[in-house]
Design a protein around this ligand. Structure first.
Ligand SMILES: Nc1ncnc2c1ncn2[C@@H]1O[C@H](COP(=O)(O)OP(=O)(O)OP(=O)(O)O)[C@@H](O)[C@H]1O
Ligand SMILES: [Mg+2]
Length: 282
């Protein structure tokens, strides 16, 4: 589906300069399969500091697997995955555990612990690290305030709506102020209005904290909104970038049958002549 606002995008101009290129996520010739069935084949891409890479592709196309590889939850069969210049495919489990404090992940379907309160879900990582309880409480309130959910601190996941669960999952992902965020379908299954609220939070994290992110989405509207809007801290809202410009740090990857069919800006994506991409966007 095309952007909600059908104004044409300025073809070559982006809003402000792109970030200084400092690689945060590097996939080099990464392949992975299960039981002899290839899922990802020779994947190569880089996300630089401050960039948001939006991952698109068909169901079962390997998007969640790609995020799990970036978090070290799965190791590649071949190739290298460097996160902040460290090869996580080669890291011991112990080192990976500590290393993951640099990475926040919002899992598909939120993946909250049903038996834990919102407070304990959000605090989970800090409690595992055995941080000071007062510091944990301060950080939980800060993270819940970011997602505007302070009032739900003592509720349990079963008492929350789908959108609230996603906000708790985002609070849990950002609590350690990670420099890299991995969002797996954060708006999946949500109604359009709630989806927009979630995208606004993702955008706030991108534009206020300048974190690097990989974001999977099935909703092209979300992807286009991320590229055409920025968060305004004064108004506490996202706003369309003036002059039909696009955010220089938001780029797109489209997966197709385990390979990268497209990697580039929104303007390039919309101008792409590849029949598969055209059909995907149609
Ligand atoms: N642990 C596993 N064991 C075996 N096969 C797996 C495993 N995890 C994923 N797969 C397979 O890998 C492929 C890619 O799965 P993945 O979950 O990454 O898809 P996806 O692009 O995230 O799909 P969706 O859009 O539906 O979330 C699928 O064919 C899936 O069945
Ligand atoms: Mg998935």
């Amino acid at each position: 589906m095309p952007p909600a606002d059908p104004m044409p995008l300025a073809s070559s101009t982006t809003a402000g300069p792109a970030v200084v290129e400092q690689p945060v996520v590097q996939f080099e010739h990464v392949s992975l399969g299960f039981d002899g069935n290839p899922v990802l084949c020779d994947i190569n891409f880089t996300a630089n500091s401050g960039e948001m890479l939006v991952l698109l592709g068909p169901a079962g196309g390997g998007k969640s697997i790609l995020l799990k590889l970036a978090n070290g939850l799965i190791r590649p069969d071949t190739g290298h995955i460097r996160i902040f210049d460290e090869d996580i495919g080669q890291m011991s489990e112990e080192k990976l555990f500590a290393f993951r404090s640099n990475i926040g992940m919002v899992f598909q379907e939120s993946a909250l612990f049903d038996s834990l309160s919102v407070r304990d879900n959000v605090a989970y990582r800090l409690m595992e690290q055995k941080d000071n309880p007062e510091e944990i409480d301060r950080r939980v309130v800060e993270a819940l305030s970011f997602v505007e959910l302070e009032d739900a601190i003592y509720k349990f996941p079963a008492e929350l709506s789908g959108g609230m669960r996603r906000r708790v999952a985002i609070a849990r992902a950002i609590i350690a102020q990670p420099k890299l965020l991995l969002y797996d379908s954060p708006t999946g299954g949500l109604d359009p209005i709630t989806s927009t609220t979630i995208i606004q939070l993702v955008m706030k994290q991108r534009d206020v904290y300048e974190s690097t992110a990989l974001l999977v989405t099935h909703r092209l509207q979300d992807a286009f909104m991320l590229a055409t809007h920025r968060f305004n801290l004064q108004t506490n809202q996202m706003e369309r970038i003036p002059g039909n410009k696009t955010d220089p740090n938001t780029k797109f990857i489209v997966l197709r049958e385990g390979s990268i069919a497209f990697n580039g800006t929104l303007v390039a994506l919309l101008q792409c002549e590849d029949p598969y991409i055209k059909e995907f966007l149609a």
